[in-house]
Ligand binder design. Sequence first.
Ligand SMILES: C[S@@+](CC[C@H](N)C(=O)[O-])C[C@H]1O[C@@H](n2cnc3c(N)ncnc32)[C@H](O)[C@@H]1O
Length: 346
Amino acid sequence: MTVPRRHVAGLQGAWLRLKWIGRILWNIARRAEAAKSYPDRVVEVLWNQLPVAVRSWRVVQAIGRLIHRRARRLQQRGGGNQTANYTRFFRNLPQLELIRDLTGETPRGVPLKIAVLGCSTGAELYSAVWVMRTAWPQREVQALGIDLSEAWIQTAASGVYPLHLAEVAGISEGSYEGLFSRHGDTLHVQQWLKEGVRWWVGDVCSSDLAAEFGLQDVVFANNFLFHMDAKRSGTCLRNLARLVAPSGYLVLSGVDLDVRSRTVRELGLSPVTARLEDIYTAEEGMLTAWPFRFWGLEPIDRKRQDWPTRYTTVFRLPDAVREVRARTSEAAGPRNPGAAKRELEC
Ligand SMILES: C[S@@+](CC[C@H](N)C(=O)[O-])C[C@H]1O[C@@H](n2cnc3c(N)ncnc32)[C@H](O)[C@@H]1O
């Protein structure tokens, strides 16, 4: 059977019109989506025009907090975000120096155990080990790095960083004595810093880290909790606090301030306020990202009654908790972590 030519032409015409209408609808939908963020962009431009003095007015700060609350509620966290594994060497040097000074008080002859949770490609852990071993060459430092990503842990264990990576931006072979040796276009972490370091692929929110690895004198939990929603980050924080040894320190930055304040109060942790401002302002990018990015840091408000707890990033276990933990850890002891399959040792 042959279809008359005029019918074929009619069908082709209808198909072309349908495609044309579809394209118009698609464009309208795209513009509507873009228009949704338009008011946010206008507010951001206006905010950026404000003189610094005006931004510190209480009413402006209150508006900033509302904008930030909205950013925290709406912005995508975690895997979809390009900053999800961002790290670099000496990201917060004042924080490392404070921990160095605090742990210098602990008895000689006893190894200092540090854990870096959400360690990404290892820059934070090697920076911490470098600061501790440079200050206390006689002291044994054992370090543990844990991350969800096997790829990051492999990079961390190799300790090799091509010069173009963010981890080593602005750092040369000679910036920190004994840290790197240069091979062509890469920096290699020196062997003395890799000794006594263990790497583990796993979830740091797990409730049995202490049973797996034993208690740690210092636990760094920096810049991953803000990728979780409030409920999950609170639960994760409570779990990882159980890894801290009697008289140990928990270091917590890059976390929703409301969640941190609430949880540390609930756990009875004491804020260590020395060098608070240096540490809080060490990452300028995070301060300027407020209030428009969920990971932005609000300016310090010393008029708040709770300001030391709110803006401190270093916390110490109070005596009562220490005693309970000491007894529990003696009873439990570490599980045999060496037998674990997913560990990488240097
Ligand atoms: C932004 S990086 C921060 C790295 C480093 N702590 C720092 O401050 O520079 C966050 C890292 O946390 C890891 N991470 C996020 N959630 C985790 C979890 N539940 N368990 C283990 N690692 C996690 C990610 O894979 C990523 O490498």
